[in-house]
Structure formats: C-alpha cells, structure tokens
Design a protein around this ligand. Structure first.
Ligand code: SF4
Ligand code: SF4
Length: 190
C-alpha cells in the first residue's frame, strides 16, 4: 500500500463457497450486496416468505448453505425481477434463486414447498404432450403431494364452467420438445 491511500477491499474475494457457487451459476455477485433491503421492500412474496430477499443474500454471504438450499423462499420467488431492477448494486435475487433452485435439486435438499412438485408435473405434461390438461395436472399434483382435499371446493365450480375438461389435447413436435428439454438440462448449451 502506498502512503496515504486507503486499503481497498475486493468484495468479490471474501465470502464462502456458497457465494462463489451462486455467482458462478447466476452471474450475479451476492458479495456486492450492502443490505439496503430495497429488494425486499418491492418483493411481492416477501411478506409471506420464510426469508426475505435481502436476508437470503445475507445468508449466502454468511455461507449458510443448508438453510438457504432448504428454504421455502427460493421456490416461491415468482421471478418477477422487481428486486433486480431496484437493486443499487446490480444484485439479482431472481437470478440467485434460479441458481439456488438448481443447486437445491442437485443436493437433494428437502423442499419445504409444493412448488417443485407442481413444476415437475407441469413440465412433464409439456414434455410429453406439448399441452397441459388441467384435470390430469391436478390429479398428478395431488397424488405427488398428498394434498387431496386442498381447494376441493373449487372443483365443482371449475367443472361447471368447463375449466376441467375430461380429455386433454396433444400437439406434435415431440422430438423438438425432447431436444429442447435436453438442451435446458445442459444449461442451455447446444
Ligand atoms: S437491493 Fe441489492 S444491495 Fe440492497 S439488500 Fe437487496 S440485494 Fe442487497
Ligand atoms: S424476483 Fe423473486 S425475489 Fe425478486 S422481487 Fe420478484 S418474487 Fe421477490
């Protein structure tokens, strides 16, 4: 250090392996966050989440891998990008959550939310038929989660309004969809 110059802190070089892993996967730098909480004040799910966006970033900075990967919030984030547009430090909690969901699945962390189950049955329908049959989706989701009676009161109204057709439709392009899913599984690489 030369005389009179304040030492500079390279914030990218501090933090644990979780922050590094998230940055490598998402391209956003959790260590740049200075905890202003602007992300949380605009987040539409923060009020009901188990962790608020700025708290998640702090936990990543503190290397709390297990708690982060098994949190409900990473699954309930809607990817609306509000946090990313509000952040003065260019941190994207939305991007971090995309990375953390993939890391959570890879680590087989317990999922304290039914969102992963719903996502799986939804994507299975898209992969196999190219269309989603609401009735089949609902049955598979309920079998997967055991939540048989949740929202059961809505079924008669939906049936009456023709929102739950008994037979789903199917579209062509199965091989293209298969290739698309294979490419997505490789992180988008061709
Ligand atoms: S808005 Fe950005 S800097 Fe502020 S707490 Fe959220 S992530 Fe951190
Ligand atoms: S992208 Fe997720 S974390 Fe960010 S504001 Fe939207 S719901 Fe909240």
């Amino acid at each position: 250090m030369t005389g009179g110059m304040a030492p500079s802190i390279e914030i990218e070089s501090i933090g644990g392996s979780l922050a590094g892993d998230v940055q490598a996967r998402s391209g956003t730098s959790p260590m740049s966050c200075f905890q202003c909480a602007k992300c949380s004040s605009g987040c539409p799910v923060a009020a009901r989440a188990d962790i608020k966006p700025h708290e998640l970033v702090r936990m990543v900075q503190m290397d709390q891998r297990e708690a982060v990967l098994s949190s409900r919030f990473i699954w309930e984030c809607t990817s609306c990008q509000t946090c990313a547009t509000r952040c003065p430090q260019n941190v994207s909690v939305a991007g971090m959550n995309d990375a953390l969901r993939a890391m959570s699945r890879a680590a087989a962390a317990p999922a304290p939310s039914t969102v992963p189950a719903f996502t799986e049955v939804f994507l299975d329908a898209v992969r196999n038929r190219g269309r989603v049959s609401e009735l089949a989706l609902m049955i598979r989701y309920k079998l997967r989660t055991g939540r048989f009676f949740e929202d059961a009161d809505k079924a008669p109204v939906m049936l009456k309004k023709g929102k739950l057709p008994l037979f789903g439709t199917q579209v062509g392009g199965k091989s293209e969809r298969k290739a698309l899913f294979a490419r997505a599984a490789k992180g988008g690489a061709k």
